[in-house]
Design a protein around this ligand. Sequence first.
Ligand SMILES: [Zn+2]
Length: 40
Amino acid sequence: MGTLVCQTCNSTIDHFEDEKVTVLYAKCSCCDENKHAEEV
Ligand SMILES: [Zn+2]
């Protein structure tokens, strides 16, 4: 099973099906600077 981890706060965002154990780094909604910029 794969795990999606926030590269900023290191919290687990989501899990996804995968043949092997994989960790992918992304940004969770609260760490997404682009989203915050759009709100301002
Ligand atoms: Zn985060």
